[in-house]
Design a protein around this ligand. Structure first.
Ligand SMILES: Cc1ncc(C[n+]2csc(CCOP(=O)(O)OP(=O)(O)O)c2C)c(N)n1
Ligand SMILES: [Mg+2]
Length: 304
């Protein structure tokens, strides 16, 4: 077999099937925090980091925390003490401006030490305001030039299959990135190469820099588009942990030789109602005195 020839190389069934994954909807793991508590902790840490700088993309972080909690504390395999462990699942943050959200998840997962939270966005910190792979353990790629994460994910997933790895590649992207042509080139390649180890998570918060995504340049029907491109596609409420768990399980266990997409409909600023109510949330304005208010409002919704 010529390994350089994609057509002849056996790309089928080399990844997800070789790992014993337990299907579960149990949202707690022994004495570990529940997924709802994990999501709350991610929101809390995001707000604490935002409060350090009195700014940040906290609306996105609050919105995507449930997706991150299910990714890191239900679906993914990783070793916190060794973020580059070869057997890990890869999590690509295509959206570099969401870095504060991923830092919160990495802190919660113990990949980053708790004390670094305070350094967010300061000189010499490993937590710069935009995600950079060379700075931060657990940050797999330097995202932020939007529309590239999925293409990088295709390359990684292909490489892992060639190595007969059991790892999945998760690419977290935004609805704004659906306006980038490169996203759809990558989507087409993923299906062509039958990348059943690639899971694309789309954070559909219906916001982008210029306003609502559906009014700026609509990508609807998003699930229909991914399906037409050859993906096994689901669409869920991205703030419903139980629905997310089921969708992640189905994506990981799906038996077809297709890449998998989960479109997650999320609410910007979720968990802090007075911020949720704001019209413009891409870079949500939180006034000086509102950081403490936001933290105390979040506290009221803390899961027991
Ligand atoms: C290629 C590219 N074009 C433009 C930008 C500037 N930019 C940064 S965030 C953003 C909004 C993208 O939409 P989305 O991620 O859905 O926004 P959000 O949900 O965070 O409001 C834009 C246009 C960029 N980073 N990269
Ligand atoms: Mg968006």
């Amino acid at each position: 077999m010529d390994n350089d020839n994609d057509q002849e190389y056996d790309l089928k069934n080399t990844s997800s099937k070789t790992r014993d994954i337990t299907m579960t909807t149990n949202l707690t793991h022994g004495a570990q925090p529940s997924l709802a508590q994990r999501a709350w902790n991610i929101r809390h840490k995001s707000l604490l980091m935002g409060a350090v700088q009195k700014q940040g993309y906290v609306g996105q972080a609050l919105g995507v925390s449930d997706v991150l909690a299910v990714s890191y504390f239900h679906a993914m395999t990783f070793h916190p003490e060794d973020p580059e462990w070869e057997g890990r699942d890869r999590f690509l943050l295509s959206i570099g401006h969401y870095a504060i959200a991923l830092y919160a998840a990495l802190l919660e997962a113990g990949i980053l030490p708790e004390y670094e939270l305070e350094t967010y966005g300061t000189d010499d910190s490993r937590l710069p305001m935009s995600g950079m792979a060379s700075y931060t353990p657990g940050m797999e790629i330097t995202g932020g030039s939007l529309g590239h994460g999925l293409g990088i994910g295709v390359g990684m997933a292909l490489g892992l299959k060639r190595k007969r790895s059991a790892s999945f590649v998760y690419n977290l992207m935004s609805d704004g990135e659906l306006n980038e042509g490169s996203t759809w080139e990558a989507a087409m390649s993923a299906a062509h190469h039958k990348l059943d180890n690639l899971i694309c998570l789309v954070d559909f918060n219906n916001q982008q820099a210029d306003g609502k995504s559906t009014e700026t340049l609509s990508s609807e029907p998003i699930d229909g588009k991914f399906e037409a491109f050859g993906w096994y596609t689901q669409r869920v409420d991205g703030n419903d942990i139980e629905a997310l768990v089921k969708a992640f399980d189905k994506a990981r266990h799906y038996d077809g030789a297709k890449p998998r997409a989960i479109i997650c409909d999320t609410k910007m600023c979720k968990g802090v109602p007075f911020l949720e109510a704001r019209e413009i949330t891409h870079f949500v304005r939180v006034d000086e005195e509102e950081w403490d208010l936001a933290l105390s409002v979040l506290e009221e919704g803390k899961p027991s």
